[in-house]
Design a protein around this ligand. Structure first.
Ligand SMILES: Nc1nc2c(ncn2[C@@H]2O[C@H](COP(=O)(O)OP(=O)(O)OP(=O)(O)O)[C@@H](O)[C@H]2O)c(=O)[nH]1
Ligand SMILES: [Mg+2]
Ligand SMILES: [Zn+2]
Length: 296
C-alpha cells in the first residue's frame, strides 16, 4: 500500500500572517505583494525589528510628466555620492526602477510608462547617509499618473492610492514646464486638483496642509525661464495651482528640473516615439534634499 505524506506543517505555516507596513492589513506569509495595497511585502520584512520606521514620500503628476525618469536619475546621482546624502538601496526590488531608467537612457530610450495597476509599480526603499545625524530611511512608490488622475476624478476609486497617500509624510508635485510654456493648462489643473485632494484627505496624523510639498517644474530644458525663477514661472503659467498653494499649503518650495537636454521624435512602427538627446541632469537633487529632512 502506498503512503501519502500529509505535510501538515505546510498548513501550520499559513496560520502565521504578515501585517503590511503600508496599510496594516494581514497577508499570507508567502505572498509577494500585499493583497490590499499591492506594496511589496519585502518592505515589511526589511523594516521588521527596526526601531525607527522609514519615512515615506510620493511623487505625483499626470501621465508623461517625467516622474519615473526623475526618480531613476535622482537615485543614480545620490547612489554615486560619497559621504553625506549618499543613497544605499534596500532590497533588490529597490533597484528595478533605478536600473530600468539608467539602462534605457544610456541606450538612447526613455523608460516605459508606469503600469496603471499598482501590482506593476516599482518601489524604492533606501537609506540616505546623514552629515551629522543618523541615516534616514525613505520609501518612495513610483505612482502611475493615470491611476492618480482616476483617483482625482473619482475619489476612493483607487483605494490603494488613498492608503499610500495617507501614509506619506510629504510629496513632490511635478508640472511639465514644456507644456506650461506652450500655454497648455493641463498640468496646472492636475496640480490644483491634487492639492485640494490632499488637503481634504482624512488623516490621523497632522494633515497635508502642514506636510512639506515640493512643486517641481519638470522638463525645464524645454522652458529655460523656469530655471531663472521657478516661483515666478509657476505664478505666470499655472495661476490655478499658485492660488491653491497660497490657500492650502504651509510648507512649500519651488524647483525647476531637467533630466535630459532635449528630446527628439521619430516614427517607430507608425507611433511617434521620444528619444533623449543627451542625459544632462539639472536641478534634480535639490527638491529631494529639501523634502527628505522635512518628512514626518
Ligand atoms: N524634454 C524632456 N523630456 C522628458 C524629461 N523627462 C522625461 N521626459 C519625457 O517624458 C516622457 C514620460 O516620462 P516618464 O518618466 O515615463 O513619465 P511619468 O510621469 O512616469 O508617466 P507615467 O508613468 O505614465 O505616469 C518620456 O518618455 C520623455 O519623452 C526631461 O527631463 N526633459
Ligand atoms: Mg512613470
Ligand atoms: Zn498593504
Amino acid at each position: 500500500m502506498n503512503s501519502v505524506p500529509l505535510d501538515s506543517f505546510r498548513l501550520a505555516r499559513y496560520a502565521r500572517s504578515v501585517s503590511c507596513f503600508i496599510c496594516g492589513e494581514e497577508n499570507l506569509y508567502d505572498a509577494d505583494r500585499c493583497r490590499h495595497c499591492r506594496a511589496p511585502l519585502a518592505l515589511t520584512y526589511q523594516i521588521a525589528n527596526q526601531k525607527r520606521p522609514p519615512r515615506m514620500m510620493a511623487v505625483l503628476a499626470p501621465p508623461g510628466s517625467g516622474k519615473t525618469v526623475y526618480l531613476g536619475i535622482v537615485t543614480d546621482i545620490l547612489a554615486r555620492r560619497d559621504g553625506a546624502g549618499q543613497l544605499t538601496a534596500r532590497g533588490a526590488f529597490s533597484v528595478a526602477l533605478w536600473q530600468a531608467a539608467v539602462t534605457n537612457l544610456t541606450e538612447g530610450w526613455y523608460p516605459q510608462s508606469t503600469h496603471d495597476d499598482p501590482s506593476g509599480w516599482s518601489w524604492v526603499h533606501c537609506r540616505l547617509a546623514g552629515a551629522l545625524r543618523r541615516p534616514v530611511e525613505v520609501i518612495v512608490p513610483d505612482i502611475s499618473g493615470r491611476a492618480m488622475e482616476r483617483e482625482l476624478e473619482c475619489p476612493h476609486s483607487q483605494p490603494f492610492l488613498n492608503i499610500v497617500l495617507r501614509k506619506c509624510g510629504g510629496a513632490a508635485i511635478l508640472l511639465d514646464a514644456g507644456r506650461l510654456a506652450q500655454g497648455d493648462r493641463a498640468p496646472d489643473f492636475f496640480a490644483l486638483k491634487c492639492i485640494t485632494y490632499l488637503s481634504e484627505l482624512n488623516t490621523t496624523r497632522r494633515g497635508w496642509s502642514s506636510r512639506p510639498i515640493a512643486i517641481v517644474l519638470s522638463k525645464s530644458d524645454a522652458a529655460p525661464d523656469a530655471f531663472t525663477d521657478p516661483r515666478k514661472f509657476l505664478r505666470r503659467c499655472a495661476p490655478g495651482t499658485w492660488h491653491q498653494i497660497r490657500e492650502h499649503l504651509q510648507t512649500v518650495a519651488f524647483f525647476a528640473t531637467a533630466t535630459t537636454a532635449g528630446t527628439a521624435w521619430q516614427r517607430v512602427n507608425g507611433a511617434r516615439v521620444a528619444f533623449p538627446l543627451r542625459v544632462e541632469p539639472r536641478g534634480v537633487v535639490e527638491p529631494i534634499e529639501w523634502l527628505i529632512p522635512r518628512l514626518r
